[in-house]
Design a protein around this ligand. Structure first.
Ligand code: FES
Length: 585
């Protein structure tokens, strides 16, 4: 028996459209009938929206029409009526300047589509990185029964008989080309082998991370995160999700009953255990803000630190999402955490009506190399490092599982790039004054500086150092980093340079101190000097120029919040509910 059952069924939202014997009801029903739908199919039944991010320009989500078909079968079987609708699909691979620029735009699309239409519940079809947070943010602002179905990861990439991981191999091979270790021909040959099936990136990049976040938050059925896109069990899960969402309408199991503070704490702990993407820090904050849960950047330290990374997946480790699923997937990880008393809120409710712990307590685990035991973790302490100091008054983050342990505490001289263009122009200059102990600093790549906070924080190393065998350096910026990337990389420095943050004041040759274990990021100049430097120029010039072109860019620049606040728009934070808007006829 579901723990969320109520004694009487709630009134259907959709009845406000289809349930009245008047002029308005006539119009709503009549136009639906032009699709050949008889009365009994949609009257008095839960109408289930299937919010689809299908797009051929989002290759990771290009198989979603088929997933939607399976969700529909499940909805019909359970006595609901499915209606599929498109929303803006912000895919990571093609969209410029970055899919993050349009995450909030997509969330607005989702929110208004849900609120304005005759639907009683919604199934969110998500996959590529930003589609998961965008759809969850929009749905959270409405708070109707909601379930997430992810598209699933691609099969393992293959190159010359070896497994290669989405994105991660690109970073590695491009550095090997620069270092003269492989030819450009070999580099190009890896393209087709890396992406050889439908699905999202097969590493523990941002897409897989956000799928795991959704599952650990309890907004999807168990195993949603890891079943490969082309595995028939993905379609079974879609069908079962269609079954379940109809029941959720009867139970009035709205998103706010699942997305509790406890659920977010579980997700933070999970992120450490899977070696998840730094992007999750921003997205969870934005989702929490929409549903009214107070989540601070320092919660990642308080809740996440001390948690071992158990999942040995690229970019932190060796394997890929296929092996993760075959090893037992996220339920096996959650069981290991729970048995070691590392799952903070076992009683958090999930969309199937059971608690998170009920769902995983008997989860099988098949491979100790892929999902490692707590006494033999990949990284002893994989919790996200949150850094503070005069260089990041509102914080910055570093992912320890992707970093070089010897560089976690480091003091070096800054080599400064004013923006990404400056970096590209000079990084491979043979005369660049840089050595292995230098700290690469890049400015103006934050939410406003690069309108979208590009994933360029893992700056490629100078060619002359790669040729010497250097494989990692401390890098600091206000940018983000792809979840598929790695290195000792300090990201999300807040406030960003373009918002007047101290990052704007760093100059070549300054000493910079990082102590990731102690959560410290320090620019070794006194405060008077720091303020004098900041007063010398207007850091907002670049973003004002972006805004001057008008359109969505202007809206974005004027309203985007800083990284520590989740980069949502200030006017979108909060839950506005799903009260039925007045009709227009
Ligand atoms: Fe879409 Fe990686 S680019 S999931």
């Amino acid at each position: 028996m579901s723990s969320s059952k109520t004694s009487s069924k709630p009134k259907l939202r959709s009845a406000e459209w289809f349930g009245t014997a008047d002029k308005n009801g006539f119009m709503y029903r009549s136009w639906m009938k032009n699709q050949g739908i008889p009365d009994h199919e949609f009257q008095g039944k839960p109408i289930i929206g299937i919010c689809n991010t299908w797009s051929e320009l989002t290759p990771c989500n290009a198989h979603f029409r088929k997933i939607a078909d399976h969700v529909k079968k499940g909805v019909l079987e359970a006595g609901g009526y499915p209606v599929e609708f498109p929303v803006f699909s912000n895919g990571e691979s093609n969209l410029r300047p970055t899919a993050m620029f349009t995450r909030n735009l997509a969330s607005m699309d989702v929110e208004e589509a849900i609120r304005g239409n005759p639907i009683d519940a919604v199934v969110l079809l998500v996959g590529c990185d930003k589609t998961t947070p965008a759809l969850l943010m929009g749905a959270a602002s409405c708070d109707i029964p909601t379930i997430v179905v992810t598209g699933g990861p691609m099969l393992n990439g293959k190159q010359e008989g070896r497994d290669i991981g989405s994105g991660t191999v690109v970073w590695r091979l491009s550095e090997e080309v620069k270092a003269g270790k492989i030819s450009m021909h070999d580099f190009m040959a890896a393209e087709a082998g890396m992406s050889r099936s439908a699905g999202t990136c097969n590493t523990m990049g941002t897409a897989s991370t956000m799928a795991c976040m959704a599952e650990s938050l309890g907004v999807s059925l168990p195993h949603n995160a890891a079943i490969p896109a082309v595995d028939s069990r993905r379609y079974v899960l879609a069908h079962l999700s269609g079954n379940r969402i109809v029941e959720m309408v009867d139970e009035d199991l709205r998103l706010s009953k699942v997305l509790t503070r406890g659920a977010f704490e579980n997700a933070i702990r999970t992120n450490a255990a899977i070696g998840g993407s730094t992007n999750a820090v921003i997205h969870l904050k934005a989702i929490a803000g929409r549903i009214g849960v107070d989540l601070a950047l320092d919660d990642w330290t308080r809740i996440g630190r001390g948690t071992p990374t158990l999942v040995d997946l690229q970019p932190s480790g060796r394997f890929l999402m296929e092996e993760f699923y075959y090893a037992g997937g996220l339920p096996a990880v959650l069981r290991r955490l729970g048995e070691a008393d590392r799952l903070p809120n076992k009683d958090a409710l999930t969309v199937n009506g059971k608690t998170l712990w009920d769902n995983v307590v008997e989860a099988p685990q098949y491979n100790d190399e892929v999902i490692r035991p707590l006494d033999n973790p990949l990284v002893e302490d994989g919790g996200m490092c949150v850094l503070h100091g005069n260089l990041a008054p509102k914080g910055a983050v570093l992912k320890p599982s992707a970093a070089t342990p010897e560089l976690m505490t480091h003091r070096g001289r800054a080599v400064v790039f004013e923006d990404f263009d400056d970096y590209k122009a000079r990084i491979n200059d043979p005369d660049l004054d840089v050595d292995a102990d230098s700290v690469l600093v890049m400015k103006h790549c934050g939410p406003r500086g690069y309108h979208g906070m590009a994933e360029v924080g893992n700056m490629g190393l100078p060619a002359k150092l790669l040729e010497q065998g250097v494989t990692d350096m401390v890098r600091i910026s206000d940018a983000r980093m792809s979840g598929t990337a790695y290195g000792t990389v300090v990201l999300h420095v807040a406030p960003e340079a373009a918002a007047g943050g101290p990052l704007a004041a760093v100059r070549n040759g300054d000493w910079v101190e990082l102590d990731a274990y102690a959560g410290k990021l320090h620019l070794d100049i006194d405060d008077e000097e720091l303020q004098a430097r900041l007063a010398e120029h207007d850091p907002t010039q670049a973003s004002r120029q972006i805004a001057s072109s008008g359109g969505y860019r202007q809206l974005y620049i004027e309203h985007v919040l800083q990284a520590d606040e989740g980069c949502d728009f200030d006017f979108l934070v909060g839950c506005r509910g799903a009260d039925v808007p007045r009709h227009s006829h």
